[in-house]
Design a protein around this ligand. Structure first.
Ligand SMILES: [Zn+2]
Length: 273
């Protein structure tokens, strides 16, 4: 929706671009309310791909720059993937009706007929930033002890598509903070669908939801600061999970917006994987 509208606005201006990290205003911390605008988590920290991107340099970048020029995109052939090359790649991507990421990914390079020799460039040149395929949000797996789960995000449930992953375990298993952050909301009184639940928010405004808990650790209140790995409470089956099997319903909501599938992140920090 709104995501599709923001990109074309940049089309007209050939040059100045925001640097990564300055892109979006941070969500008000501790508001506990969902931000209105869901920000694509993929924007600044793109997942690792085979390809060339801002910061890369060397012969492969030169080859890319030559291809850009052949296609009428004016960039210098200097072997440095800077702001202008990135802007040029975006222009080309729009011409080719591709998503204008500014990253010359493997698919684009293939279409241009460029074979990457080495992404990590010439000696002495700044290396291309390497984005590890690790967790994007989580620091620690939220359940301690024997557990199992599957990629059940989006599965049809009574209330609609499943908004998280259910991590199955046994009654009373310790649940711990998956990031350093602040408890934004919690209830110790069993209410509604989630039963006994906790919302945790990290310094970037990303929210984490723990539902169907048995109990919340003593002393925690809204506003409590917690560190990753700290006990939040125990696994249960409160709320609409009553009478099913004990599990943690776990959600990640980047910037307090819509939930994303937490499965890849969970796998990345799961010690039992
Ligand atoms: Zn669930």
């Amino acid at each position: 929706m709104s995501l599709g509208l923001t990109a074309p606005a940049l089309v007209a201006s050939p040059m100045p671009e925001q640097l990564p990290g300055t892109a979006v205003g941070a969500a008000p911390e501790g508001s506990g309310l969902p931000a209105q605008v869901p920000v694509s988590p993929a924007t600044p920290a793109a997942p690792a791909t085979d390809g060339l991107r801002f910061g890369a340099s060397g012969a492969d970048v030169k080859a890319l720059q030559r291809k850009l020029r052949v296609r009428g995109v004016k960039v210098q052939v200097n072997g440095t993937y800077g702001v202008r090359t990135r802007a040029g790649v975006r222009i080309l991507q729009r011409k080719m009706h591709l998503k204008a990421t500014g990253i010359a990914d493997a698919a684009l390079l293939k279409r241009l007929g460029i074979k990457i020799r080495a992404v990590a460039s010439a000696p002495g040149a700044p290396a291309a930033p390497v984005v590890p395929a690790g967790p994007r949000y989580l620091k620690v797996f939220p359940v301690v002890g024997e557990h199992h789960y599957s990629d059940d995000f989006g599965d049809p449930r009574g209330q609609g598509a499943h908004q998280g992953n259910d991590i199955m375990g046994s009654m009373g298993l310790p649940l711990v903070a998956c990031v350093d952050g602040t408890i934004s909301r919690l209830t110790r009184t069993e209410t509604g669908l989630g039963g006994i639940w906790i919302w945790l928010v990290d310094a970037r405004g990303n929210e984490y939801y723990y539902a169907h808990m048995e109990a919340i650790a003593p002393g925690l209140t809204a506003g409590s600061k917690v560190t990753a790995g700290q006990a939040l409470g125990t696994m249960g089956m409160s709320g609409d999970a009553r009478g099913t099997a004990p599990h943690l319903h776990f959600e990640i909501r980047p910037n307090g917006g819509g939930s994303i599938n937490p499965f890849t992140d969970l796998r990345a920090v799961d010690p039992a994987k």
